[in-house]
Ligand binder design. Structure first.
Ligand SMILES: NC(=O)c1ccc[n+]([C@@H]2O[C@H](COP(=O)([O-])OP(=O)(O)OC[C@H]3O[C@@H](n4cnc5c(N)ncnc54)[C@H](O)[C@@H]3O)[C@@H](O)[C@H]2O)c1
Length: 330
């Protein structure tokens, strides 16, 4: 099959492209390069530069490359920014998806994988978040992901499109330093940034009802996440028309912020004690995936542990910030 991978020049998309091509699928990337990096892509993977909002270009890409499935990762992803710029987030994430789905339906492309997020759940008050846990997103970003799921499933019901909405939990790590995340929006790069500036990493609240008082999250290695896309793509390709899957993609294992900060200190060699500050508004105490539906539907589960995530993310960080290396433990 030939898969159009929107957002394929991004952090996760670059890994999905690699996993798909290594698994023997053909990949074509569609990306406006707003945050993507063309150099992340293997030379033999075609890149169409454009926005998912450009209906003509999307339709041409589907036809020119005889696309038989779409993996849609292209989106804006910063929660805080989405609060300040809701119109932009709804335009890029919901209208961009609507335009793409219209072209997919017109072209009769049979399979569609959508990047969703654990952000659709908001502040779940459960030990393990199942796919049936109520979705109450806390930000415009989370709302756009939930609306995207609704739209994707509605088109599936109306047209027979086979769909998979993958709700990623906390993504970390890199398959290779040049594929690493260049943004500083998640815990791991935020701690790297503080440490390499010689500053104390911050822990927002140590009075949560968790074993060590800090927030607990479910981290997944981006290489595992990419492999989940291959499994989902193949599952859809062999499924009946109209099949719709909504799956958590996580490890089902909670790691606290304190544990992560200690692990980062161990991996990087930086020994700067963390500073505990006030809680941040909107941070749930614990968000850990129930991953059994994913395993049952895809016959797949994540293999890489948190240390591999931190070590590979650090290798990517040092590539971008060479000064970091000189300060590490010999
Ligand atoms: N990184 C995470 O922790 C995380 C967690 C849950 C879900 N997600 C979702 O995964 C997807 C990929 O995230 P990422 O971390 O790789 O982000 P990223 O910013 O690295 O990648 C997004 C890619 O999409 C492209 N893009 C953005 N808007 C576009 C548009 N309108 N048309 C064409 N291309 C466009 C960008 O240039 C970039 O290459 C997003 O949908 C995001 O919401 C990410």
């Amino acid at each position: 099959m030939t898969w159009l991978i929107t957002g394929g020049a991004g952090y996760i998309g670059g890994h999905v492209v690699r996993a798909m091509t290594e698994a023997g699928e053909r990949a074509v990337v569609y990306d406006d390069l707003s945050s993507g990096i063309a150099e992340r892509l293997p030379e033999d993977v075609p890149l169409v530069v454009g926005s998912t909002l450009d209906a003509d270009l999307v339709a041409r890409a589907l036809a020119d490359h005889a696309i038989t499935g779409v993996v849609h990762l292209a989106a804006k992803k910063q929660v805080g920014e989405s609060v300040e710029q809701p119109l932009r987030y709804y335009r890029e994430n919901v209208e961009g998806l609507r335009v793409l789905l219209e072209a997919v339906a017109d072209a009769g492309v049979p399979s569609f994988v959508f990047s969703s997020s654990a952000a659709v759940y908001g502040m779940p008050d459960v030990d393990l978040v199942t796919e049936d846990t109520p979705c109450l997103p806390m930000s415009p970003y989370g709302e756009t992901k939930l609306a995207g799921e609704w739209l994707t499933r509605a088109v599936g019901r109306a047209t027979g499109l086979r769909t998979a909405c993958l709700r990623y939990f906390n993504v970390a790590g890199a398959a290779a330093p040049e594929l690493a995340d260049t943004g500083v929006f998640n815990l791991v790069p935020m701690v790297f940034e503080k440490l390499t500036a010689g500053a104390a990493p911050r822990i927002f609240g140590a009075d949560y009802p968790t074993p060590d008082g800090t927030c607990v999250r479910d981290y997944i290695h981006v290489t595992d996440l990419a492999e989940a896309h291959v499994a989902a793509a193949r599952r859809l390709a062999g499924a009946a028309p109209g099949t719709d899957l909504t799956l958590n993609i996580g490890r089902g294992e909670g790691v606290s912020v304190r544990e992560m900060v200690d692990l980062i200190a161990d991996v990087t060699g930086y020994d700067i004690p963390a500073e505990v500050t006030e809680r941040r508004a909107g941070d749930p105490a614990r968000v850990v995936a129930a991953a059994d539906r994913m395993t049952a539907e895809l016959g797949w589960s994540a293999k890489r542990d948190v240390r591999e995530m931190v070590e590979s993310a650090w290798a990517g960080w040092v590539r971008l910030h060479p000064e970091a290396r000189t300060q590490t433990r010999p």
